[in-house]
Design a protein around this ligand. Structure first.
Ligand code: G6P
Length: 637
């Protein structure tokens, strides 16, 4: 029975930001600052820390700007306390400023709170608390949490912080991951979660809380996932038996102790999250692409064909799939466009690709045979998660293609394919993009094989060709000089146009997005054949036009478009296949790729456009890894 999903959708709002907390034997500050640096991908307009000393005083240090500025500021303080919480912010309620930076305190500075999320009813709560005599200092939604807890401590909770937090969360509407410290509990930390991620861990020397497992890299591999609605008490007591000194107790929202919290293990390569001699993370992550793809392809072909056990789907279910929805945002959406062509061409299953923020407010046609594939590097993008929930509720099976182990997408989906690209730190996605494309190729081959649309020999051939992709990317990496040489075409430009057809149209879209993200240069991508219906009016002398025109089935058509823009004075930068004399004559700059099957060229060719964007951004003096206004994980709708 076909079911039409109505326009009813629970709002999964969350503000971005990253939080960390620690209580233990060691000084808290080094972990808090390192943790914030790792979580800066979640936002970086202001940062702050609250440290709780033995003397029963909370020291709050906070400032507008990046975590590095906070670290500088912290040098001026006595940093010996062994309990603390910290926050890196991406403003939603209240402008970025020293005052609005977290942590936020109650009226008397007896407790301190950091928060990732949005308290939707904060105005109502604030009015109520102000009427009761509370004094607010900031314009944030978060500050109501501190005062609400303070109020509860005075009244029903009678000094019991866990109960006060529990009562506070029962009044709040929205989403949160919260950490609280209080002056009279110098070795304790209280946390709560609803809608925003929070993971916890203990070691012999302390108890930790963080928005994301990456902040715990090198500290532990065993992690507790605090579930929605739960609270936890983290403590450290040197007098307890060895191995018991750091402790975490998890509670349900009604205060009942959770006997077996949800745990998972991480397979870390701690060095993966450091720059390792590269000038920036983007440079490192671009260079890591061949290795990431090799890792993903390892042992994927067996005598029985493509091995994709993670899919957890029977041949009967595959045969019954009537439609696939691919939903994603940003760069991951571009992966979806490539995946659609591959799946439709090879497996002959109709595919709809949607940007999650649009999809969530549209009617979708779902049957029990509909498969939903969400693609998300971080696994935390709010719109994408909302899409998955919508599809689940409508009865579809949800497959997540993601990079982050234990992320919300991975945990909520029925099946997960991890792309194994390793931590991606730079805000502009590179290695996750190509790895996600390779995972999509595997999915398309798997489906084609299982539906009988592609014979075993052809699957094997295509897989063997795919195994050559990392070597071809390595070759492209040696040609970075071509991208650097093309940089002058953009340095004084106001805008750029990216053109391509078929797979090339998607590569053009991804190239334009990369350029916009990190160089702040306006860039528009258009299917080359559509250009004459509008964008051609933009072109005059020296206007930079990047044309994606490898040796594929639409090459001749695209060459005509190169002629059209050239005739109007454009500076033409062409992504072409080696030894293409015709294109060489027409182009001002060439970004050359070695010959490859056209269905794999998007994975190889995009590497040039990543490098081009980076060189242009460097020439324009931009921050490569942390472009203004952006965040790596967009956990707000
Ligand atoms: C942000 C990032 C992009 C990313 C997009 C989707 O906008 O800056 O690089 O492509 O989110 O993120 P996801 O983690 O869901 O792939």
């Amino acid at each position: 029975m076909r079911k039409v999903w109505p326009l009813r959708l629970k709002k999964w709002l969350a503000n971005m930001c990253g939080i960390v907390g620690y209580t233990g034997k060691d000084e808290a500050l080094p972990f808090l600052i390192d943790g914030l640096m790792t979580l800066e991908y979640r936002g970086y307009d202001s940062a702050g820390v609250a440290l709780l000393g033995e003397k029963g005083k909370i020291e709050q240090i906070k400032c507008k700007g990046r975590v590095a500025a906070l670290a500088e500021l912290c040098k001026k303080f006595d940093t010996t306390p062994t309990t603390g919480i910290a926050h890196t912010r991406w403003a939603t309620h209240g402008e970025p400023s020293d005052t609005n930076a977290h942590p936020h305190a109650d009226c008397f500075g007896t407790l301190s709170v950091v928060h990732n999320g949005i308290i939707e009813n904060y105005q109502e709560l604030r009015a109520e608390l102000e009427a009761a005599g509370h004094n607010f200092k900031s314009t944030t939604d978060t500050e109501v949490i501190a005062h609400l807890v303070e109020e509860n401590l005075k009244r029903e909770a009678k000094g019991d912080l866990l109960l006060a937090l529990q009562l506070a969360t029962s009044r709040m509407v929205g989403s949160w991951a919260i950490a609280v410290i209080k002056v009279d509990a110098p070795h304790e930390l209280y946390v709560a979660r609803s809608g925003s991620p929070l993971v916890l861990a203990t070691t012999d020397t302390g108890a930790y809380a963080a928005s994301d497992v990456t902040a715990l890299a090198g500290i532990t591999s065993h992690v507790i996932n605090l579930e929605d609605g739960q609270l936890a008490h983290l403590s450290y007591d040197a007098t307890r038996a060895k191995g018991e000194q750091a402790r975490i107790e998890v509670f349900e929202s009604d205060g009942a102790l959770v006997k077996k919290p949800d745990t998972f293990d991480i397979d870390w390569d701690a060095s993966a999250a450091t720059m390792g001699g590269y000038p920036d993370f983007m440079a490192k992550e671009i260079a890591e692409q061949p290795e990431a793809i090799r890792r993903l392809l390892k042992d994927r072909l067996t005598k029985e064909g493509i091995r994709l056990d993670e899919l957890n789907i029977s041949p009967k279910e595959i045969a019954a799939i009537d439609r696939i929805y691919i939903v994603a945002c940003g760069t991951s959406y571009h992966v979806g466009l490539i995946a659609r062509t591959l799946i439709e061409t090879w497996a002959k299953i109709p595919v709809v690709v949607e940007q999650a923020s649009e999809f969530n407010y549209e009617e979708v046609l779902v049957t029990q045979h509909t498969l939903c594939v969400i693609i998300t590097q971080s696994g935390e993008t709010a719109d994408t998660l909302a899409s998955a929930r919508k599809m689940h509720a409508a009865g579809a099976k949800v497959l997540a293609i993601t990079n982050v182990i234990g992320s919300s997408a991975a945990r909520e989906a029925d099946a997960v394919v991890y792309v194994q690209a390793g931590p991606e730190v730079s805000v502009a996605s590179t290695k996750a993009y190509t790895a996600q494309m390779v995972a999509s190729v595997l999915l398309a081959l798997f489906l084609a094989e299982k539906t009988g649309m592609m014979g075993p020999r052809e699957v094997e051939n295509k897989f063997e060709e795919l195994q050559r992709v990392p070597d071809l990317i390595e070759e492209v990496l040696t040609r970075a000089w071509q991208d650097e040489a093309a940089t002058p075409a953009f340095t004084d430009a106001q805008s750029a146009l990216f053109l391509g057809r078929s797979f090339g149209a998607t590569t053009a879209a991804e190239g334009a997005l990369k350029l916009k993200e990190i160089s702040y240069l306006h860039a528009e991508a258009y299917p080359a054949g559509e250009m004459k219906h509008g964008p051609i009016a933009l072109i005059d002398n020296g206007f930079p036009v990047v044309v994606v025109c490898p040796d594929d089935h639409v090459r001749y058509k695209t060459i005509s478009n190169i002629e059209e823009v050239k005739a109007r004075g454009a500076t033409v930068i062409t992504l072409a296949t080696d030894n293409d004399q015709k294109i060489a004559q027409l182009s001002d700059y060439l970004l050359l790729v070695p010959p490859a099957p056209e269905y794999y060229t998007p994975i190889i060719g995009v590497v040039h456009l990543q490098m081009l964007a980076r060189f242009v951004a460097l020439a324009r003096g931009c921050d490569i890894d942390k472009p203004r206004n952006l965040a790596k994980s967009v956990t707000v709708e």
